[in-house]
Design a protein around this ligand. Structure first.
Ligand code: COA
Length: 328
């Protein structure tokens, strides 16, 4: 017993900022951003929230799966940018969609979040605990972005993606996941909630600009990604006795075109197997893989029986890879 994806959905805000818009905020240029990252524009929330985007992506995934909300028995939302602390985003999604039979919780693993949420769904299904799981990645990273820092604000965007994972009798593929908390300083965003008034902590003025917004050592994260992702992919293929030529698509977290190209090169695989949409959305953290999966599903690129590798990496540090067989 394992799970198969039987529907996908996504939502991205209609408001966009291209690189020229960013160049009005910080000292940068369209040419620099495109050359170093591949990003051309990003979609940014206006009226939307992490919850509202998660709901819309989830609704679209259910429609695509031809399932009703009350058939879902688990909702998992991966997010680092929920606009509410409690209730969790997954419970808000349950309320909006009317998924009255679902158990709901959120999961925080940054840009590896969708891969880990997908693995969690499979684990529950394999254990016979749940049958139909709605897995969502939803992020409003614009709320955590330091719009005065050209080293980070060029990279991120907002959006949500979702997949319905259903129990089936297919072969189970064992995933690979890793974490390195000791290197977590490379990409961080500290607590917004340590001002309880009882500890009498004095918050330095400069923290208001930086500490509560994302801070990143770009070079360190880049090095980590180009080394750890190919290793995780090799490991997951090896563990499941799958050869590279059996893999049709490598769907990587969409952080940076140069990272994707480097991973392809290190694996000795054609870049054609690595679809990208980061030029349109930037890095949407745990939403990037399901948004890309949904676009590929709806454009007919994914065919029944194709073997696909999903690979995520990001803050924590965390990284991992999973293999799935497309069933739609
Ligand atoms: N526009 C113009 N110049 C910029 C710039 C920008 N937006 N950001 C940095 N620079 C400058 C730096 O100040 C530096 O100038 P200097 O040589 O005069 O000191 C120069 O460009 C090179 O900086 P560096 O940080 O080495 O650039 P880079 O090639 O590493 O690119 C990133 C920076 C952020 C694009 C790159 O490190 C990266 O993509 N890292 C991975 C980030 C990531 O994917 N994070 C999320 C993972 S989930």
């Amino acid at each position: 017993m394992t799970g198969k994806i039987c529907g996908t959905g996504s939502y991205t805000p209609s408001f966009t900022m291209d690189n020229h818009d960013i160049a009005k905020l910080v000292d940068t240029s369209d040419e620099w951003i495109q050359e170093r990252t591949g990003v051309i524009r990003r979609h940014i929330i206006q009226e939307e929230t992490t919850v509202s985007m998660a709901c819309e992506a989830g609704r679209r995934a259910l429609e695509n799966a031809k399932m009703s909300a009350d058939e879902i028995d688990l909702i998992l939302v991966s997010t680092i940018s929920s606009n509410v602390v409690i209730p969790c985003t997954a419970c808000e999604v349950q309320k909006e969609l009317g998924a009255v039979n679902a158990t709901c919780f959120d999961l925080s693993a940054a840009c590896t979040g969708f891969v880990i949420a997908y693995n969690t769904a499979l684990s529950y299904i394999t254990a016979g605990i749940y049958k139909n799981v709605l897995v969502i990645g939803s992020e409003s990273l614009s709320n955590l972005t330091n719009w005065k820092d050209r080293g980070t604000c060029i990279l991120f965007g907002d959006g949500a993606g979702a997949a319905v994972v259903k129990a089936c009798d297919q072969k189970t593929y064992i995933p690979v996941t890793h974490s390195d908390g000791a290197s977590g300083e490379a990409l961080k965003c500290s607590s917004r909630y340590d001002r309880n008034g009882l500890t009498k902590k004095v918050i330095p003025e400069e923290w208001m600009d930086n500490r509560y917004l994302m801070q990143m050592d770009g070079r360190a994260v880049f090095k980590f990604a180009v080394k750890s992702v190919p290793q995780a992919v090799e490991e997951v293929l090896d563990k499941n006795q799958i050869q590279k030529d059996e893999i049709v698509w490598y769907i990587l977290h969409q952080a940076n075109r140069r990272i994707v190209e480097s991973v392809a090169k290190r694996l000795g695989e054609s870049i054609e197997k690595f679809p990208m949409n980061l030029q349109e959305y930037g890095n949407t953290s745990s939403a990037s893989i399901p948004i890309l999966l949904d676009e590929m599903n709806r454009s007919g690129k994914l065919k029944k029986g194709q073997k696909i590798v999903l690979a995520g990496f990001g803050a924590g540090l965390t990284w991992g890879a999973s293999i799935l067989e497309w069933c739609l």
